[in-house]
Design a protein around this ligand. Structure first.
Ligand SMILES: [Ca+2]
Ligand SMILES: [Ca+2]
Length: 327
């Protein structure tokens, strides 16, 4: 009997819907896709628990019932935080993907993202929509602060980018996809992504045009569902435009890295609105071969901490120095 070990083991109720990820060293990032994923470099993470699925509407409902939490999307923005914003644009709302009828190129995302008044986690497609049949879908329209508030209430934390990517790889170190080397092995859809010509044509060949229930697709090698596709997930790391170089010697591999400095995370295109950005991981149901091939563990995306959308959610981790008892 070692009392120290017992006190550092998390409560079993906390970890009931979680998977233990044994720590290790892995190759983070990819040299074969977008520049922000490079270079591949070795990283070590300690063992941790991770939610088996993204946080669902049912779970978020419990949190809101217990705490009265009001999400960022439900609060009218303070003009002080948004210098230069037109007053009529400052309203409570959230970004909703709205399929356009026609587009002029793929550069301007405002052609398919609509900052919709009254869109929030209970109204994912606008004020007239609801989540009545979406209990098992991931919660969306949550800002970084909303995700942090949930994690705190649950006695958990949000993952770092390294923890998230390590868990997403499911033991397949260095592979392109979380399930192997092909997007759809033998034609089988392994995650909720976009088939067809984004953003005009959503074929839904994987069974879902929007979000899907969190266990609709097979788990990865670690038994974790939905890391890839469905919704992007918040991590605690501040955005950086590329990864650190690989350590020259095994001794110098970063242990439990926590991302770059906040000051480097701002969007250079928005100098008047300095909102820090965090790393999102996993891609979403809007990731398509012709537009955003980010349905891979190495993929990453910068998201301002105050932003919420219809394709971003989160899951939690519990860090513990103690691995669970082997059966
Ligand atoms: Ca889909
Ligand atoms: Ca996901």
């Amino acid at each position: 009997m070692q009392p120290a070990e017992i006190t550092s083991r998390p409560d079993e109720r906390q970890t009931a819907d979680m998977v233990w990820i044994e720590g290790g060293t892995f190759r983070m990032g990819s040299n074969d896709h977008y520049p922000e994923e490079a270079p591949v470099h070795r990283v070590a993470v300690d063992g941790f628990w991770i939610d088996r699925t993204p946080v669902t509407n049912r779970q978020f409902k419990e949190f809101v019932k217990a705490t009265g939490h009001v999400t960022t999307a439900q609060i009218v923005p303070d003009p002080k935080d948004y210098p230069g914003a037109l007053p009529h644009m400052l309203y409570a709302g959230s970004l909703v993907f709205t399929p356009p009828r026609h587009i002029t190129g793929l550069r301007d995302w405002s052609q398919w993202w609509n900052f919709m008044k009254g869109a929030d986690w209970r109204h994912p497609y606008g004020p007239k929509s609801n989540i009545n049949v979406l209990d098992n879908h991931p919660v969306v329209h949550v800002s970084f602060a909303d995700a942090m508030a949930y994690a705190k209430w649950a006695g958990k934390e949000l993952p770092t980018e390294a923890e998230w990517e390590f868990a997403a790889r499911g033991g397949r170190d260095g592979e392109e996809f979380a399930w192997g080397s092909e997007l759809t092995p033998e034609g089988r859809h392994m995650a909720n992504t976009w088939q067809g010509n984004f953003p005009l044509q959503n074929l839904g060949e994987d069974g879902y045009e929007r979000t899907s229930p969190v266990t609709a697709f097979p788990p990865n090698g670690y038994g974790v569902h939905d890391m890839i596709g469905n919704i992007w997930e918040w991590t605690t790391d501040f955005w950086s435009t590329k990864h650190e170089a690989d350590a020259p010697k095994a001794c110098c591999v970063p242990q439990n890295p926590r991302g770059g400095p906040e000051a480097a995370s701002f969007d250079p295109c928005q100098p008047n609105v300095p909102i820090p950005r965090k790393v999102l991981k996993g891609g979403s149901h809007l990731c398509a071969p012709n537009y955003c091939r980010r349905y891979r563990p190495a993929a990453r995306h910068a998201e301002p901490i105050d932003t919420s959308t219809s394709h971003v959610g989160f899951r939690c981790v519990v860090r513990s120095a103690v691995s669970p008892a082997k059966p």
